[in-house]
Design a protein around this ligand. Structure first.
Ligand SMILES: CC(C)(COP(=O)(O)OP(=O)(O)OC[C@H]1O[C@@H](n2cnc3c(N)ncnc32)[C@H](O)[C@@H]1OP(=O)(O)O)[C@@H](O)C(=O)NCCC(=O)NCCS
Length: 164
């Protein structure tokens, strides 16, 4: 059986989250390819290595070998003098979904963004991605605007924003 690794020696009920490393990239890319109809290429993921907002959640695999359960890419963009946080990519491997992995990743990513001095955070989500929209609403994100034809298949994106 595979389990999401608990954080810390006290076994608190949340996965271990740490900065992504080069050795994680193949697994991250595999998750990306199975999670999205238009996945990021390997080189795009690679370009965020070393960024504090590129995080992975670890799971203990069949022989207790840690593997990547999910990841998030968050960074900031300049915005009239105050940086604006951006959750650019987040996905969790199928078998680890609904175990709080994305929540743990988002929590940490928001912490990283807060340290940069960002005043708010935005993200884009497909209108029909109801699971992700619910997750983001739980984190206080609100629908701010809709960008028509944002995705390459013509789908609209909802832009969701929250204060930090
Ligand atoms: C969206 C995604 C990242 C959520 O990851 P996750 O680890 O399963 O999320 P969590 O376990 O932290 O979920 C927290 C809460 O969000 C909501 N939620 C998450 N996924 C949901 C789903 N598929 N349906 C309904 N609600 C969902 C629930 O309220 C959930 O709490 P609950 O399980 O106690 O009901 C994951 O489903 C995924 O990788 N999807 C494919 C990639 C994707 O769509 N990424 C988002 C792009 S904008």
């Amino acid at each position: 059986m595979t389990t999401v690794a608990p954080e810390g020696p006290d076994g608190a009920d949340s996965p271990r989250v740490r900065q992504a490393e080069r050795a994680d990239l193949l697994e991250i890319h595999r998750i990306e390819q199975s999670a999205f109809p238009q996945p990021w290429p390997f080189s795009a993921l690679e370009s965020y290595l070393g960024e504090e907002g590129f995080l992975v959640a670890e799971a203990d695999g069949p022989e207790d070998v840690p593997s990547v359960a999910g990841y998030v890419v968050a960074d900031t963009v300049p915005n009239h003098g105050t940086p604006l946080g951006h959750i650019k990519d987040i996905a969790v491997r199928d078998e680890y979904r609904r175990e709080g992995v994305a929540s743990a990743l988002l929590e940490r990513a928001l912490g990283v963004l807060a340290v940069t001095g960002a005043g708010s955070v935005k993200l884009e989500v497909r209108a029909d991605n109801h699971g992700a929209r619910r997750l983001y609403r739980q984190f206080g994100f609100e629908h701010r605007k809709t960008i028509p034809n944002y995705y390459s298949n013509g789908e609209n994106a909802l832009v969701m924003v929250r204060l930090l």
